[in-house]
Design a protein around this ligand. Structure first.
Ligand SMILES: NC(=O)c1ccc[n+]([C@@H]2O[C@H](COP(=O)([O-])OP(=O)(O)OC[C@H]3O[C@@H](n4cnc5c(N)ncnc54)[C@H](OP(=O)(O)O)[C@@H]3O)[C@@H](O)[C@H]2O)c1
Length: 328
């Protein structure tokens, strides 16, 4: 069913990313934060007051049962994505769910099944897919500006070993480690630019808590390779590079939230500025709102099939690295 009026958003799990999301939502026309649910009423109330939301709930169930929102943004740790998306979709809510959509392919398939059964919209919040720089880079690759692609390099690393061991990054019970949290970005870039790899070679290192903290990957394509890295053991520059037979593209750091890029052709370098609206979550928000207004149940730009293919690649990376969570 098309949502015509001002789109009413709810947020479930008001943590770090939910704050950034709410700030960007305020910049987007045609939508408004209306409700927030936390496991703790004070956290929900504080968040609602900060961002002007009308309703605050001290449990997730209360928001799901209330008839006050059109679409719900799920911002819990990875382990809550499937559970809460499924429950919310069973209550008829449209969903934008943080990445990764599910922990593994089985979870993602279950979510897609429930979305279809309930006739609701579901999209993975793969915000870099809607980043203006990344869209322009994709266009320049597709129209042959840099010729035949030979290499794609992308990394995502920051130091997280000083974080609490029970927190979501280092705790295996919360599907911690680098791959699902940040490795998803370089994997996404290779998939978005070059497609599904023919072969994957991947090695991972584990931490004392049992989570993976470092993974190096090579994706093989018929005429190209992607060299990818994610890690929680050190900070990396995060300048992605795509090089072809006629030129190169360098995406400004941090490339997953880029504000511009450099194009080099015939030894001439040119820098392009393509600022995001807010931090850049605004672009995925606009996509969701456009889809809801058009009555779509999935985005053509980041489709269910895209989420399936992405998690299938991640499952293979995890298989090669021996990354298994205790609850799987
Ligand atoms: N797109 C991006 O740029 C981006 C960036 C960072 C993270 N993320 C994704 O967003 C999700 C959340 O990340 P975050 O950094 O915002 O995490 P966070 O700061 O820990 O917040 C997660 C929130 O989820 C709720 N929650 C529900 N069950 C929980 C549990 N068992 N343990 C801890 N918290 C629980 C908590 O809120 P209440 O207790 O108040 O309900 C918590 O504040 C992750 O899936 C991550 O991959 C995306």
């Amino acid at each position: 069913m098309k949502v015509k009026k001002n789109i009413r958003w709810g947020i479930l799990g008001p943590g770090k990313i939910a704050h950034s999301f709410a700030q960007d939502l305020a910049l987007v026309d045609g939508g408004k934060l209306v409700a927030v649910a936390s496991r703790n009423l004070k956290r929900a109330t504080d968040f609602a007051n900060e961002y002007g939301a009308e309703y605050a709930y001290g449990s997730y169930e209360e928001l799901l049962q209330a008839d006050v929102i059109d679409v719900l943004y799920i911002a819990t740790p990875h382990t809550g994505h499937m559970e809460w998306a499924v429950k919310a979709m069973e209550c008829g809510k449209h969903i934008l769910c943080e990445k990764p959509l599910g922990i593994n392919l089985a979870e993602v398939e279950r979510m897609l099944h429930v979305a279809k059964k309930n006739n609701v919209f579901l999209m993975e919040a793969l915000w870099s897919r809607f980043n203006p720089t990344i869209l322009k880079v994709k266009e320049l690759v597709s129209n042959g500006t840099i010729g035949d692609i030979g290499l794609l390099y992308a990394d995502f690393g920051f130091y997280a070993l000083d974080k609490p061991e029970e927190g979501r990054l280092l705790n295996p019970e919360l599907a911690g480690g680098s791959i699902l949290d940040i490795g998803i970005y370089p994997i996404f870039l290779a998939y978005f630019i070059l497609g599904k790899p023919l072969r994957i070679i991947s090695r991972s290192k584990m931490y004392k808590t049992g989570v993976e903290v470092q993974t190096s990957m090579i994706f093989e394509y018929s005429d190209a390779q992607a060299v990818l890295y994610s890690g929680l053991v050190s900070k990396t520059e995060m300048k992605a590079e795509i090089s072809g037979s006629k030129g190169e593209l360098f995406i400004d750091p941090r490339w997953h939230e880029a504000q511009g890029f450099v194009l080099e052709v015939n030894e001439q370098r040119e820098h392009f500025n393509l600022p995001t609206l807010g931090k850049g979550y605004s672009h995925e928000i606009e996509e969701v709102q456009d889809c809801l207004r058009a009555g779509k149940l999935q985005s053509d730009r980041w489709s269910h099939q895209n989420s399936v293919e992405l998690i299938t690649i991640m499952d293979e990376v995890r298989r090669q690295g021996g990354i298994v969570f205790p609850f799987e």
